[in-house]
Design a protein around this ligand. Structure first.
Ligand SMILES: [Zn+2]
Length: 256
């Protein structure tokens, strides 16, 4: 009996977080949707069988836990340890990471050689992973599994640093739905949008690596993350959602 109970208990522990919380992915996808040309949006909607980008934005977090897509488990993040400094210098995962995955998916989607089912799955992955690479703890250290091994106090409760940045701050900062997030955050001037579109996924991840280091520093000097921590860091999350959305739109324009 005791054994049965302990197995049941283990099953209740949620799997390691693989992403921004759903709110983050929904917001990134919705911002991208707002920046797509009519033609591209039409093509993307067609591939997604009439669904929106938001509708499929979180699909991959479930898919990576299934046998069929288990090979994508390491595609949600990169790991850079302090002594490596940058993603470019880091030892890459043999099974692929978020950046190698995005680059391969973009190439495949551009090739025109995929079946419609492959195209749909790979498009859904791209929509998700471009969100993930803008999440600071998705460029965290290998030694603490991207902040999953670092415990912090958040409003008095013990949390993983990873989940504080994936979803806790997002939810503490604003009680908005994804469309309200878009409305409030998606206010860059055309010049600012142009600046955010510059570069490649390999450049974008280096920005996230810098943010990840700031997050580790902030965690080391904060004994209890509370209102002032949220006030200080929510703008970074807002900015990351916006960059993710604009860059996702840019990649989709290139593809379609
Ligand atoms: Zn993810």
């Amino acid at each position: 009996m005791r054994k049965v109970l302990s197995i049941a208990f283990v099953l209740l522990i949620p799997a390691m977080a693989l992403a921004w919380g759903p709110k983050g992915h929904d917001t990134v996808a919705y911002i991208a949707e707002k920046h797509l040309s009519k033609k591209t949006l039409q093509k993307v909607t067609e591939v997604l069988e009439g669904h929106s980008l938001v509708y499929v934005a979180n699909w991959m977090d479930n898919a990576s836990h299934t046998d069929e897509y288990a090979y994508t488990k390491t595609w949600h993040y990169v790991n850079v340890d302090p002594e490596e400094g940058t993603y470019a210098n880091s030892v890459k995962a043999a099974s692929g990471d978020a950046v190698t995955a995005i680059n391969a998916l973009v190439e495949n989607l551009k090739s025109g050689e995929l079946t419609i089912e492959e195209e749909r799955a790979q498009l859904m992955m791209l929509i998700h992973i471009v969100g993930d690479i803008h999440c600071p703890m998705h460029a965290g250290r290998k030694s603490d599994r991207g902040g999953n091994g670092t415990k912090v106090k958040y409003f008095g409760s013990q949390k993983k640093l990873h989940s504080v940045w994936d979803s806790e701050i997002v939810e503490s900062a604003h009680r908005w739905g994804y469309s309200e997030w878009q409305e409030q955050v998606d206010r860059a001037t055309p010049k600012q949008v142009k600046a955010m579109e510059q570069g490649t996924p390999n450049d974008w991840i280096e920005e996230t690596v810098v943010l990840a280091n700031e997050v580790y520093e902030s965690a080391a000097k904060t004994s209890n993350m509370s209102y002032d921590y949220v006030a200080e860091y929510a703008p970074i999350i807002e900015q990351q959602f916006l960059k993710g959305g604009i860059r996702l739109a840019k990649l989709l324009e290139e593809i379609y």
